[in-house]
Design a protein around this ligand. Structure first.
Ligand code: ATP
Length: 511
């Protein structure tokens, strides 16, 4: 774990040092869980967006993209259930003044009991060797069954408190379990309160509740309210999808882990409208399709797994996460949700507008069911960075930090160097640079020796470096060095554009 923590720390500091991610408003000591993307970060983020947009919108004839506003009519959030149900229970410790999610405190307590059970199991497994039967041990060992029963009771009480909104009993549960604040060590807790995760602000000319506006907590609703507009302005027929990329805001109670959990973040969401009754088929389709999208990047097939939700959100009849193996363990990267006809039906009711589709084959109108794929752009950024960050031992007492980014995602595709700053080499290198940058993001560099320039480009993930040397002036060839293998080959200047375009082509990842 300590080692994993170190890896994570290194990634965070690398992200800062090389202009990928900065703490927001850093000169004022930062703003909690809000981050800015630097020059290389902005490029990488744009490339991730492009990969998603190309794969989802351009490669699917039956998906179109939109870009809806962050502000929406307040009724939107009443209809979607976010005003009433997008809450977390929070509790403060009066001594440390630290705020916690009450359910997380209880879950952590349960986890500790689970760890005790695991200890007993490990001990018994050691004692009995091959003859050990874990299932039987779990069912019969009095210590284990007592602890298991304890867990069931805690879970049942927490669920009842949440379902009945009995916050007094939730607090009593925390007190009965003698849960102490990890910071102050005290059990001096405030009451448990419901905390709505939506940020709100006020529309200029309307006072009070009426003018209350929310910063959208998901981009999906912008798609639902535009369902008819899209249907009426395109030739799409069910099944079809609407995609969009945009900012979302959540006032997360506990926001840690760098850009994994932010208060302002970006989502890439797609709502796929299907015939009622066909949702399971499309849910299975999109779950596999999305996993393929991830795997095509080559960040390691073993780094993904599905996690089915036992209790989907209020709007869903089926839901799963695609989890990624982050430096702090497997965590949600993307959600695939079968959202039923919940959202469109709700908007239909609150707006009084018919949000239906006339199916020419069935000769009937219906409210389509929806499969949603929803990925956090910032989490995808972190997943990419963590999978690609490598500290390589080069064997001769040297090491290098390299970001082994897929070429399509790399902020700079090709760096062009003159070997020295004289003899006409810079002029020749600039000629190549000026031609190539029309097609690809390139960098021209002449400072420091070649080795240092290679290291700098490795650290930002540039897949190809081209060096113009004295031989270039004689035979019009240059060296092209590949980042991961560090191998160099000589190619002619005429070939540079073709080779670079081919190796950095979207065709390598899109199918
Ligand atoms: P979590 O359980 O981690 O809070 P969630 O289940 O609430 O996430 P969804 O509502 O399904 O998340 O949102 C879809 C995607 O948006 C998530 O898979 C994640 O990638 C991203 N996302 C959600 N909340 C945040 C956040 N606070 N910061 C960054 N990305 C987020």
């Amino acid at each position: 774990m300590a080692q994993q923590d170190d890896v994570f720390k290194n990634i965070v500091s690398h992200a800062k040092e090389y202009g990928f991610v900065f703490q927001s408003s850093e000169i004022y000591d930062g703003l909690g869980a809000v981050y800015d993307y630097g020059p290389n970060g902005a490029e990488l983020k744009n490339n991730i967006k492009a990969y998603w947009w190309k794969a989802m919108v351009q490669m699917h004839e039956n998906i179109v993209g939109i870009d809806s506003a962050i502000f929406m009519h307040p009724k939107t959030w009443k209809a979607s259930g976010h005003v009433d149900a997008f809450n977390d229970p929070l509790i403060d410790n009066k001594d440390s003044k630290k705020r916690y999610r009450a359910d997380v405190l209880v879950e952590e307590h349960i986890e500790k009991i689970n760890q005790k059970i695991q200890k007993d199991i490990d001990k018994a497994a050691k004692r009995f060797g091959d003859a050990f039967d874990e299932a039987q041990f779990r069912a019969t060992n009095p210590n284990v069954t007592r602890r298991q029963e304890e867990i069931s009771q805690i879970e049942a009480r927490m669920k009842a408190a949440m379902d009945n909104e009995d916050w007094a009993d939730f607090k009593a549960l925390i007190e009965d379990l003698a849960i102490a604040c990890p910071v102050s060590g005290s059990k001096n807790w405030t009451d448990v309160r419901q905390f709505n995760l939506m940020f709100n602000t006020q529309l200029g000319n309307i006072a009070g509740e009426e003018g209350k506006l929310y910063l959208r907590p998901e981009t999906a609703q912008g798609i639902f309210v535009n369902f008819l507009n899209v249907l009426n302005t395109t030739r799409q027929k069910v099944p079809f999808g609407i995609a969009q990329i945009g900012k979302a805001f959540r006032n997360e109670i506990v926001a840690r882990q760098f850009i994994f959990r932010m208060r302002e973040f970006e989502q890439m969401e797609m709502q796929f409208f299907v015939r009622p009754g066909e949702q399971t088929k499309w849910y299975d389709y999109w779950k596999e399709e999305r996993l393929k999208w991830h795997k095509a990047l080559g960040l390691g097939k073993e780094n993904y797994r599905f996690h089915d939700h036992l209790k989907p959100a209020h709007y869903a009849d089926n839901a799963l996460d695609i989890e990624f193996n982050f430096p702090f363990g497997f965590k949600e990267l993307e959600g695939v949700h079968s959202r039923t006809d919940f959202d469109l039906t709700q908007h239909q009711e609150l707006s009084g507008k018919k949000l239906q589709y006339f199916d020419p084959e069935l000769q009937e109108s219906y409210v389509p069911f929806v499969i949603e794929t929803s990925i956090g752009l910032d989490r995808m950024f972190l997943a990419t960075l963590s999978a690609c960050y490598k500290n390589e031992d080069l064997g001769d007492g040297n090491s290098r930090v390299v970001l082994a980014l897929p070429p399509v995602l790399a902020p700079v595709k090709v760096a062009i160097f003159p070997l020295t700053k004289k003899d006409g080499l810079p002029e020749k290198a600039r000629e190549i640079f000026n031609q190539l940058r029309l097609d690809l993001p390139c960098q021209y560099e002449e400072k420091d020796n070649i080795g240092k320039r290679y290291r700098r480009q490795d650290a930002i993930g540039t897949p190809y470096c081209i060096t113009v040397d004295h031989q270039t002036l004689e035979d019009n060839t240059v060296t092209i060095r590949e980042r991961d293998s560090m191998e160099q080959e000589r190619i002619s200047i005429e070939e540079v554009r073709k080779v670079a375009l081919e190796r950095c082509s979207w065709a390598k990842v899109l199918h």
